[in-house]
Design a protein around this ligand. Structure first.
Ligand code: SAM
Ligand code: SF4
Ligand code: SF4
Length: 340
């Protein structure tokens, strides 16, 4: 018999189901909408080794979350594959009772070298970000002059290793809307679900405004004119992407419409930053520092109480408030720090 789970609920009765762990804040890319090179330049102070949670510390926190209801874990960053031996972390996380699924979000560049070890460690799924198939557009977006080829190789390596692959494309007006159809055409018959993400107002440096959002409707209409689509049912409650299949039966896309069709009501996600802070929303301004408590010798019981208290007091519904026109300007955490 396993240990019993204590399902906890927040102020809006949302359970705690998913844990997103950012393992590092550094990245090999400088995507213009996430880590603009002019801000994340030479002088930018990233976290040092000591400030990052160790794998043991991550496991300790994840174990407690699992006891409180968490079933799924996603590893992210920065670029999570810049953290050495990530496969070891995957292996350890999978041993936690109650954890059913581990996934990874990555820009894909390091997958040719790492995909097999990750799969062998028990990783099931990987979301690979690729915002354009055209080299000039992609080079500009990633801020490092990298062509699409290394990412496509990463996608292929993940497929060959037996991982389930989804490709994520953030769409921003004036940057890459020209790529919606070329990306759809490219991935349609590759056995890979392509998911379009509306550009969000995360962080403080990406110059977001509503005019820069290419909406779910724009995206679906654009694809549908050339490659007709039919909407399909959600796979499970709380799934964030609206799903569409191509009418000819070959291929599927998803659209994550956090701006024009927000889904806070079913948001069961908690986020752990690379330096051990808990954030109850992607748009939060501050987190709850666990690292200091872990390093000061907090007991298991106290840790559990702390997590219960954080989640039970959760009232976040930023995207719904944005849709209602109620958000005011405030400092937010950066996407590259918390990992999406
Ligand atoms: N480096 C990894 C990657 O790019 O997949 C993992 C971290 S990255 C922050 C996670 C995801 O957030 C990526 O798919 C990225 O495109 C997305 N993202 C970053 N900034 C965003 C924004 N302002 N709006 C929507 N998605 C964003
Ligand atoms: Fe790096 Fe991912 Fe942000 Fe691009 S989106 S800068 S790959 S963390
Ligand atoms: Fe969840 Fe916050 Fe996003 Fe709403 S805005 S879906 S509460 S992370």
């Amino acid at each position: 018999m396993g240990k019993k789970k204590a399902f906890i609920r927040d102020k809006f009765d949302r359970p705690l189901k998913d844990l997103r762990i950012s393992v590092i804040d550094k990245c090999n890319f400088r995507c213009t909408y996430c880590m603009p090179a002019e801000i994340f330049g030479e002088g930018y102070r990233f976290l040092n080794e000591d400030q990052l949670l160790s794998f043991d510390e991550i496991i300790r926190v994840a174990t407690k979350f699992a006891k409180l209801g968490t079933e799924k874990i996603r590893l992210t960053g920065g670029e999570p594959l810049l953290r050495q031996n990530l496969d070891q972390l995957v292996k350890q996380l999978l041993q936690i009772e109650g954890i059913e699924d581990i996934a990874l979000t990555t820009n894909g560049v390091f997958l040719p070298k790492r995909a097999k070890r990750l799969k062998d460690a028990g990783l099931k799924r990987v979301n690979i970000s690729l915002d354009a198939i055209d080299d000039d557009v992609f080079k500009h977006i990633n801020g490092r002059g990298v062509t699409a080829a290394p990412v496509l190789k990463g996608i292929q390596a993940a497929i060959t290793a037996g991982l389930e692959v989804k490709v994520n494309m953030v769409v921003k007006k004036g940057l890459n809307e020209s790529q919606i159809l070329p990306m759809a055409r490219h991935f349609k018959d590759k056995g890979v679900i392509l998911r379009f993400i509306e550009f969000m107002d995360v962080g403080n440096h990406n110059g977001w405004n509503m005019d820069a959002v290419i909406t779910k409707k724009d995206i679906v209409d654009q694809i549908d004119t050339e490659l007709p689509l039919v909407p399909v049912e959600q796979n499970y409650f709380g799934e964030v992407a609206s799903r569409y299949q191509y009418k000819d039966g070959v291929g599927e896309i998803g659209v994550i419409s956090s701006v024009t069709d927000s889904f806070c009501g079913s948001c069961t996600r908690v986020r752990l930053s690379a330096d051990g802070k808990i954030f109850t929303c992607l748009f939060a301004g501050s987190g709850h520092d666990l690292r200091v408590l872990l390093r000061d010798g907090i007991t298991d019981e106290q840790l559990e109480e702390k997590l219960i208290s954080i989640w039970s007091n959760r009232k976040d519904r930023y995207s719904d408030e944005r849709a209602e026109g109620k958000v005011t300007k405030r400092e937010k955490i950066e996407m590259s720090y918390i990992g999406g």
